[in-house]
Design a protein around this ligand. Structure first.
Ligand code: COA
Length: 263
């Protein structure tokens, strides 16, 4: 059983709260307990006047392989499914989408599923040149989440978004830089340090002005983002119980190719 207190490390210093994913043996895939722990940290950081900025980072070899697929399989098979909006992932997505202070991310290695979509809610994103992004929702019999069906076409343009979200084609750090998903690409060993340095710069600025600027930049879009997340979550919950998703999850865990011929 995974322990969220070990899988999510939290460090607070100089007005910067840092969340580090620490489940590297499972490629930092997120369990329900990890979402709950991250939501707790972000909700507290939003309220705490001592916190001026937050950083989300992984390991130099992997950012996150997205949702834990074993958790997906169990949720999809539950006789009495918990509503999507009652799940810890929902609280986590709300927390990042409405976080009122600057949110900085450092991404090295694979960033899959929510490992990429969470970045759409960060203000600054730095990537190691080994960063590899992928949104394989359709390949798993699922649909986009975290308002990526709204934000990705806006950021990438419709056709590039379709390559990422419909074909599920992975893309590397340089392509992410070109479309504006990341601010800068650096050697992986420098990535977390760069994010920390930028966070310290932000933490030294007047918090009220930072929060006002962020609110003005994001405010009008936030309503749309939250409404889109609701729509996505209804589809996602339905699809998770369909044979295609069950086959895709089982195939991953059994280390074989999925067979969608009956789906
Ligand atoms: N959920 C649960 N376990 C996961 C996982 C996930 N999302 N991603 C990786 N793991 C586990 C693997 O099962 C494996 O466990 P094991 O050592 O007990 O067999 C371990 O992490 C290492 O993964 P592996 O696939 O061997 O590493 P890799 O370096 O060859 O590939 C990835 C890394 C991230 C490309 C690959 O693991 C992957 O594609 N993961 C699934 C991503 C995904 O579809 N996420 C859901 C998005 S909605």
């Amino acid at each position: 059983m995974s322990d969220a207190t070990q899988d999510i490390l939290v460090h607070a210093e100089g007005g910067v709260t840092t969340i580090t994913f620490n489940r590297v043996d499972k490629k930092n895939s997120f369990t329900e307990a990890m979402y709950a722990a991250m939501a707790d940290v972000l909700e507290a950081a939003a309220q705490d006047a001592q916190v001026r900025c937050a950083v989300i980072q992984g390991d130099v070899t992997v950012f996150s392989a997205g949702n834990d697929i074993g958790d997906f399989l169990r949720q999809g098979a539950a006789a009495q499914p918990v509503a999507m909006t009652e799940r810890p992932v929902w609280r986590f997505l709300q927390a990042i989408a409405t976080f009122p202070k600057p949110l900085v991310a450092a991404v090295c290695g694979p960033a899959v599923g929510v490992g990429t979509t969470l970045l759409l809610h960060c203000d600054l994103v730095y990537a190691g040149d080994n960063a590899a992004f992928a949104l394989p929702f359709v390949n798993l019999g699922l649909c986009p989440e975290a308002a990526s069906s709204l934000l990705l076409p806006r950021m990438f343009g419709m056709h590039r978004a379709a390559e990422a979200l419909l074909l599920g084609e992975p893309f590397m750090a340089e392509a992410a830089l070109e479309v504006g998903l990341v601010n800068r690409v650096v050697p992986p060993t420098e990535c977390n340090a760069l994010a920390q340095a930028q966070a310290r710069k932000l933490a030294a600025k007047p918090l009220g002005a930072l929060m006002a600027a962020k609110q003005l930049m994001k405010g009008a879009q936030t309503e749309q983002v939250l409404a889109q997340m609701q729509r996505e979550s209804r589809e996602f919950a339905r699809l998770m119980r369909e044979p295609a998703a069950r086959e895709a999850f089982s195939a991953f865990l059994e280390k074989r190719k999925p067979d969608f011929s009956a789906c």
